[in-house]
Every structure is written in C-alpha cells, then in structure tokens.
Design a protein around this ligand. Structure first.
Ligand SMILES: [Ca+2]
Length: 154
C-alpha cells in the first residue's frame, strides 16, 4: 500500500512494511506539490522501512540492506532486509525430537508463539540443496528423516 505525500513536510517514516498490493510505486509524489524535510530512516538501531519492491543484499547479515532505497521524492538510507526486521529475533521454543516413521518423513508443528510479532513469522530451513519457507506462528511442515535444524525468523 503506498503513501501519498503532497505538501507534507518534516515527517519521519520508519518501521513500516511497504507492500506493493499491486501499486507500482510505494511513495507517490507529485512535483507540483513538493515536500521538504521528510526522512525515511533514523540512525541505527532504528533504521528505516521494509520495501517489498526493492531487491536487497545484506552481506554482513545485520538486517540492513547494503544499498539505499531511492524513489521519487525520497530515500531510505537504512532499509530493513526483512519484513518487520526491526522486531527482535524469533523465539522457536524448546527443541523437539520427533521419531521418524517408516515413511521416512514426518509432519512437525513449529511453535513460535513466544516471538514478539506473531503476525510477521517467516521460517526458513534448508536440506543442503534447497531452501524452504513457511509462515505463521505455528505452521505444520513435513520434514525428511534426519531433518534439518530449524531457525525461526521474525
Ligand atoms: Ca547489512
């Protein structure tokens, strides 16, 4: 969802998830109604926003993209690499040891309910070849025998 700025001055926009929702640009800006003094990030550890339209590399894995997000009428100098990246790291709960049946795979329900933002869960794991994802605070996923170590993310 975009924001539209017309004659809007001296605002600070940070910790927003700017998602496309089909809009081509997330900040609408009309040069006929210029804005001054708006910022789209604050010094770390606050940072800026998450932009779903922006590709992001984060070489040092600090959660902040290596490049600014530029758009007409503004710049986010410290964009977050993940949705709601400013929320603390996920809490996966205690380890689970689940016996694998003869089918060589098992359904496992994850539990991230202890995390601080249950609406922004993203789980990722890898089998060494492919990377998989699931969303939500308690997804049920199918894992193979000897399955991977799971990591919950915000
Ligand atoms: Ca970084």
């Amino acid at each position: 969802m975009p924001i539209s700025l017309e004659l809007a001055n001296d605002n600070a926009f940070y910790h927003n998830n700017f998602m496309t929702g089909g809009y081509p640009q997330l900040v609408e800006y009309d040069p006929a109604y210029p804005n001054v003094g708006n910022v789209f990030s604050l010094p770390l550890p606050v940072g800026g926003n998450y932009w779903s339209t922006s590709s992001c590399s984060d070489a040092n894995h600090d959660g902040i993209c290596d490049s600014s997000v530029l758009f007409q009428g503004g710049v986010d100098e410290l964009p977050w690499s993940a949705r709601s990246g400013w929320v603390g790291p996920g809490v996966a709960g205690p380890d689970q040891f689940i016996e694998c049946p003869a089918t060589q795979q098992v359904n496992v329900t994850l539990n991230g309910s202890g995390s601080s933002d249950p609406n922004a869960f993203l789980w990722t794991w890898s089998d060494g070849t492919n990377t998989y994802t699931a969303t939500g605070p308690a997804p049920t996923i199918t894992l193979p025998f000897g399955g991977p170590t799971m990591s919950p993310f915000r």
